[in-house]
Design a protein around this ligand. Sequence first.
Ligand SMILES: Cc1cc2nc3c(=O)[nH]c(=O)nc-3n(C[C@H](O)[C@H](O)[C@H](O)COP(=O)(O)OP(=O)(O)OC[C@H]3O[C@@H](n4cnc5c(N)ncnc54)[C@H](O)[C@@H]3O)c2cc1C
Length: 617
Amino acid sequence: MTRRRDQELGMDRRITRRDFLDGVGIVAAGSLLPNVALGAESAYPPALTGMRGSHDGSWEVAHALRDGRTFEGTATNERYDLVVVGGGISGLSAAHFFRDQAGPDARILVLDNHDDFGGHAKRNEFTHEGRTFIGYGGTQSIDTPSGFSEESSQLLVDIGIHTEKFYQAFDRDLYRSRKLERGVFFDRETFGEDKLVVQKRGAGTQAFAVQTPLSPEARKDLVRLSDEELDYLPGLSDTEKKEKLAKTSYLTYLREHAKVHEDVIKYLYTRPHGLFAMGIDGVPALDCWGLGYPGFQGLSLKKGDAPGLSATAKPKPSEPYIFHFPDGNASVARLLVRKLLPNALPGHTMEDSVTSRLDYDALDRKGASTRLRLGSTAVRVQEESGHVRVTYVKDGQAHDVSGQHVVMACWHAVIPALCPELPKAQKDALVYGPKVPLVYTNVLIRDWTSFDKLGVSSIYAPGGYNTGVSLDFPVSLGSYTHSRTPEEPIVLHLTRTPCAPGGSSREQHAAGRYDLVSTSFETFERQTRDQLGRALAGGGFDPGRDILGMTVNRWPHGYAYEYNSLWDPAFGPGEAPCEIARRPFGRIHIANSDAQAYAYTDAAIDQAYRAIREIVS
Ligand SMILES: Cc1cc2nc3c(=O)[nH]c(=O)nc-3n(C[C@H](O)[C@H](O)[C@H](O)COP(=O)(O)OP(=O)(O)OC[C@H]3O[C@@H](n4cnc5c(N)ncnc54)[C@H](O)[C@@H]3O)c2cc1C
């Protein structure tokens, strides 16, 4: 893009953003951060903007370890009953369950390589003219809590979360009362023309299709695929159809069975990005049937679970998607920390926790029975006589601590490098499913009048740099009030999936990971400004004027890998890699959502519970 275009986009404007290089915060060129005091925010990670998620400074030690570097720790004489590696929801839950069993005097240390705790459950804050806006940089919502196990449900209650309160807190009428719908942005690079089309609820596919820049044949095919009851797998039984769909990508199903126009394929290509971090070439048609995508209504398939359905596509209890704190499940992590370290987060209720400022200095106090040490990457975990020695690197120095037991609540793929003594089969299982890369970007905008004028609250952008853009969830809790009128600032939430179409799921994720670590904040910012400017142009949005702040949460190691019937065999009981991976090894126990191959908060909690039960039994 040209310098002139950069100026139109506002690349030279002052916004709340900072870029980080080599673990050292630097102010990005041209960014003067008008409303944020740099000195103050450095001690308060949620207020850092720019590149977050797996921020620079969090990954270098682990990558050096991967590349063969060894570390010799200095003894600290710190002895714990439990050392937890990984301060995400799983690690914090493990600390909670252990303390519950062993009592408040149990000595626990939690180590995490990031400058904030919570792992994927990450809080982002922006401040504009004295008002704080809270966003979520990862783990978005408590998904279907009625389906949680007894232990996960009880943990939520124990830390003060009463999910029924979200029925009041989440304003399900705000956008509906303003007649805001879902829009689709067709971009000129993919569809020949920039056009935002509103999908009016109940208006039908035909009314939508005629407004799109799709060719007449493609429009007809889209209507046929969405509305007509045609059986594209005639002559097969219910079971045979499901077996076939499990081994056929949705792309192949659309091309070879439904035989739709290529423009329909372009329109649907990125639809599964948010859930699977892959396009329709990597997702089984069976999962797309399970999730209600178009093209299956004429197959007369029996509803319900089916062999081969991925964990994400399996039927869940019907419940609204409203269990959302303004910072997503970072509140789950913060409330776990409040339970473990009451002085760190003032207050007593889930409502007051939303705006309560966490005291990061209180996390790792000398003499405290529970300590949470950030910026600390574990590099070696080795059982010795009667205890486990854990070596970690903080501020460039390696230290040794000792634990009676260790819970590895970190990403499974790093564990073999930390514990080379593990049996080969277990190491293979630990690296079987690498984490899935994706990006959540939060953009603070001056107002949402452009969305209001255009009649949309969210936009699907099938060919866009970000494939999803939405106004923040309308949740007000305690003294935190959601943006209620279009004239107020609001946080926009954008998602990007950097996969590489064409390969197997693991190849696609590997390419996406590489893309993420080699993309600068400046590129994210330019692309995001360009996209918002074009999609919202009809509503008068000016990216140079209206964007006040931006935080890119990149997650090269994002969702836990879930088994996919296109690429993974059907594992028998006890044979799934996650089941082999999570076997205890002496005093070393293994948690994380990876241990269930299920990228959800209840898996993170359930696996922590199992790991602690192994210890206490
Ligand atoms: C963008 C995004 C959106 C999501 N949305 C949802 C959602 O809406 N609902 C839902 O239920 N789930 C969601 N998830 C899934 C999410 O992964 C889980 O819900 C849960 O937060 C995972 O917790 P965890 O503790 O298992 O793993 P993590 O959150 O990954 O925590 C593991 C921690 O261990 C640390 N670690 C790794 N190696 C080391 C080491 N050597 N030393 C020290 N620390 C280490 C990691 O850096 C990390 O901080 C989302 C995930 C992502 C990435």
